[in-house]
Write a protein that binds this ligand. Structure first.
Ligand code: NAD
Length: 251
């Protein structure tokens, strides 16, 4: 099915609403698409203007950071600034509201922008870290305090003087073990998984909907484009998250 040709019927929405209403242990699993309507570009779309001359290996790998820490720090500072100016959109709000009515809801996100938390979602598993946090590049356990006002680029770890780095998962890195373990446990226990705005191409996160389905969960997808997850979905809702999620999850 091509992106332009995808349409959802009102029956799809009715069935999906029934599933969402009756779920006892729902999971909402999100990717970059849930933040698109907040004006946060995907990684590749963000490589424009000044940044178009760089490739992801230079900006989002440990080797790239060690090679030019100031460049990579400035790149993340510019993304952080854009995220600070953005606001949660109706999709983030609908998920947070659903969580107030379904206290066992587990939100699992691949996003690093913190917008689910800003919308009010209480318990969010961040599989790819957070751009709002930093940690020591050399992995010492020092607390990164006051780095926001440190004029050095990049700021240095207060304990061991190594550069601080954004607390995000770069290409070639493992996902944070505890977050991945919690996400894997949540998908074996859920009875509904709503997959929103992810191309489902980035592993191991992309495996989670399949794992949920194998464990008997229903799956709903929300995406203007088709993805590999459609194969296992009970309902595919074709369209934008900011339009569809309030209609799917609204009281
Ligand atoms: P992706 O860029 O691979 O895929 C985005 C998906 O969202 C696509 O399938 C697209 O069709 C869909 N989409 C676009 N607009 C949408 C909308 N309005 N409503 C619903 N769906 C929409 O993103 P990914 O699958 O999350 O994987 C890319 C990696 O980069 C992930 O690790 C991701 O977290 C990270 N990333 C995060 C952010 C962020 O924190 N906001 C931004 C860019 C990239």
């Amino acid at each position: 099915m091509s992106g332009a040709g995808r349409r959802s019927s009102s029956d799809d929405l009715i069935l999906a609403r029934e599933l969402a209403l009756h779920a006892e242990r729902p999971v909402v699993f999100t990717g970059a698409g849930v933040s698109a309507e907040s004006g946060i570009p995907t990684f590749r779309d963000a490589l424009t203007g000044l940044w178009a001359q760089y490739d992801p290996e230079q900006l989002a790998t440990e080797a790239g950071y060690r090679n030019d820490p100031a460049l990579v720090w400035r790149w993340y500072a510019s993304r952080r600034e854009r995220i600070a100016q953005a606001k949660p959109n109706p999709a983030h709000d609908a998920i947070a509201d659903y969580g107030r009515r379904k206290p066992r809801l587990q939100v699992i996100t691949q996003n690093v922008d913190g917008l689910h938390q800003r919308a009010g979602s209480a318990d969010v598993i961040e599989l790819h870290g957070s751009i709002l946090r930093v940690r020591c590049l050399d992995g010492c356990a020092g607390q990164a305090v006051g780095w926001e006002s440190d004029p050095r680029v990049p700021p240095l770890c207060a304990r061991c003087s190594a550069p601080l780095r954004p607390d995000v998962v770069w290409f070639g890195e493992f996902l944070p073990e505890a977050a991945l373990a919690r996400a894997q446990r949540a998908v074996t226990e859920c009875d509904l998984m709503i997959v929103v705005g992810t191309s489902a191409l980035v592993y191991p996160a992309a495996e989670l909907p399949f794992s949920a389905r194998r464990n008997g969960s229903e799956v709903i997808t929300v995406n203007p484009e088709s993805t590999a997850v459609d194969e296992i979905a009970r309902v595919m809702l074709a369209g934008k998250a900011g339009d569809l999620l309030p209609r799917l999850l609204g009281a």
